[in-house]
Design a protein around this ligand. Structure first.
Ligand code: J2J
Length: 545
């Protein structure tokens, strides 16, 4: 059953009670935490946005910026519970907007900079968003015409706020105004703070409802494990909207600890290494392909990276060979992290021996993270054996937002989340990720749901059927391959035409199939995928009866 006011199942009362009593849920809120830190150390630097010219925010300045922006949003009619689709790259305004929305009790919906019309239109419609926040241009793309189109088709979307030149929309810079004498912190700790995107296995991405209480626990729990404190200088190299750089321990964890977050505009060493040197960066996190690039570049860099103490690597499987090279090349510690936006996050520990750090994906944050490794029949396997990872705990959701049908299969009856990951548990309790049972492609940490891409390709008039699968890739770990069966008598297609079709339909670039092959029948694939078209016609027949 849906819990009123949250549109999603939440923790049963006895669990909530237990998590509060154990001290995991501290009854804090994001709005309140920033207020408290700003009072305690107003002049400390919270945030640095180094490009194009260096801007900094002290804790007091960030606090005031959030209040001023919150008041401006409020005057434009944005209120508690309203959804706001937020699509910004790594710029200071991202952090300001997030805290402003927290203070109102409005829910940010975290879109990625790479998302395009199909995804954005869906987020706006499905969430009933009242506002959409964009950059003017980013990475060669003008977001304003896209916003105009989405808004024209969606009368509920009342505002488009633009960082930079607004065009026909509203400049975000015009929104802030004088806050009331006693500005509110926002809603209660048990309420929703935001909607995060799932990696997805279905035709459209699922939304993940996270509360202040549960997400804050994952932050301070991560801080303790990673050694984050007020002296931490954290570089956000992945897009700030991803769950990993946001919370493991991420820019939110660092702000919680009173440290400094530095936003990296691009993840390449040519951009990041000079910043590490100039800003005295101590910690960062990244996906395995990027860690490889950094490792290679560090071996010959002229930049002084000696301030680096810890690099977290996760989001996809990090090969042992690559993991062994990181510490000597970068001159800092490695920590592997295996997490998911739905909740559960595992880290290797600072006092783990080197072998454990390079061969496992770590231990859960919390003593109350319940982890089960089960066979196909749902029975627990013994340690050392492979199985499906199921989990429940103080920061793992009990259901997706407005998705009761999907929840019925994505969660067990007693509330365990079926992660879709195949893992093995070692004698020390460390998890090793061995594979995946879910229909998803992990493209170097970026998750692609084959069904979403298949549905787009199926709309092509020459296409009879399509199956998108993962193929091994030396650099990314996995790439996507679309097997396409053409309609009888259809004009022959080129691979590039299929890719262009997906791009023109407005899907994020990382979802465009890397490879396209034309076939007469689908080859048998490892995970036994079945034709989407076949599935659809079965479903249609079932509906008729
Ligand atoms: C293998 N697979 C991994 C790893 C995630 C921290 C870190 C990562 C994410 C994340 C996150 C993996 N080895 N080290 O949210 O807070 C795959 C698994 C998992 C899925 C989750 C965080 N680390 N994975 O990657 O929601 O398949 O979160 O279920 O994007 O990524 O993806 P996502």
């Amino acid at each position: 059953a849906l819990t009123p006011g949250t549109d999603a199942p939440t923790w049963p009362a006895e669990f909530a009670e237990r998590y509060r009593r154990a001290g995991y849920w501290r009854g804090e809120t994001f709005g309140g935490v920033l207020r408290e830190r700003a009072a305690r150390h107003p002049d400390r630097i919270a945030l640095v946005d180094p490009a194009p010219e260096r801007r900094t925010w002290t804790y007091a300045e960030l606090d005031l910026a959030a209040d001023r922006l919150a008041e401006g949003f409020r005057r434009r009619g944005i209120g508690p519970g309203d959804r706001v689709v937020l699509q910004l790259p790594n710029v200071g305004e991202f952090i300001e907007v997030v805290f402003a929305l927290f203070r109102i009790g409005a829910l940010p919906v975290y879109a990625l900079p790479a998302h395009r019309e199909t995804e954005i239109a869906y987020f706006c419609e499905f969430t009933g968003a009242v506002a959409y926040v964009i950059p003017d241009r980013h990475a060669g793309f003008d977001h304003r015409p896209l916003a105009a189109e989405v808004k024209a088709r969606n009368p509920g979307l009342r505002h488009v706020f633009v960082v930079g030149e607004p065009g026909e929309h509203t400049a975000l810079a015009e929104v802030p105004c004088e806050p009331p004498a006693d500005p509110p912190d926002g809603p209660g700790p048990h309420q929703l703070a935001f909607l995060q995107l799932s990696g997805g296995t279905t035709g459209v991405p699922k939304l993940i409802p996270r509360t202040h209480d549960d997400y804050l626990y994952s932050l301070w729990g991560s801080n303790e494990i990673c050694g984050v404190d007020a002296d931490t200088r954290f570089l956000v190299v992945l897009p700030a909207a991803h769950n990993f750089p946001m919370s493991s321990p991420g820019w939110l964890g660092v702000l919680y600890a009173g440290g400094t977050t530095v936003l990296c505009p691009r993840p390449d060493p040519a951009t990041a290494f000079p910043l590490i040197e100039r800003e005295g960066i101590t910690m960062t996190g990244m996906v395995p392909p990027l860690a490889l690039v950094w490792t290679d570049s560090a071996e010959s860099t002229e930049h002084d990276l000696s301030s680096l103490e810890l690099i977290l690597v996760g989001g996809a499987k990090y090969s042992e060979a690559a993991a062994r090279r990181l510490e000597p090349a970068l001159g800092c510690r490695l920590m592997q992290v295996f997490g998911m936006a739905e909740g559960l996050v595992n880290y290797t520990r600072l006092d783990d021996d080197h072998e454990t750090v390079v061969t496992t994906q770590g231990l859960p944050i919390s003593p109350d993270d319940e982890v089960r490794v089960v066979d196909d029949a749902g029975l627990d396997v013994v340690d050392g054996e492979f199985g499906h990872l199921l989990t429940r705990g103080p920061y793992t959701i009990r259901g997706y937002w407005r998705a009761p049908e999907h929840n019925a299969t994505a969660f067990t009856e007693d509330g365990f989340y079926r992660t879709g990951d195949i893992v093995r548990r070692t004698a020390t309790g460390h998890l090793v990720v061995e594979g995946r049972a879910k229909d998803q492609i992990n493209r170097g940490g970026e998750k692609v749901a084959p069904e979403e891409v298949e549905n787009v390709i199926l709309a092509h008039p020459s296409v009879h059927d399509v199956s998108v699968v993962a193929v091994a890739d030396e650099y990314l770990g996995e790439r996507s391959l679309a097997y396409v069966i053409l309609r009888e008598g259809a004009e022959p297609l080129k691979a590039v035409a299929v890719k262009r079709f997906v791009r023109e339909r407005g899907l994020a670039a990382y979802k465009i199939p890397d490879l396209v092959e034309f076939v007469d029948t689908f080859p048998q694939t490892g995970i036994g995928k079945i034709s989407k078209k076949g599935l659809r016609s079965t479903a249609a027949t079932a509906e008729q009866h």
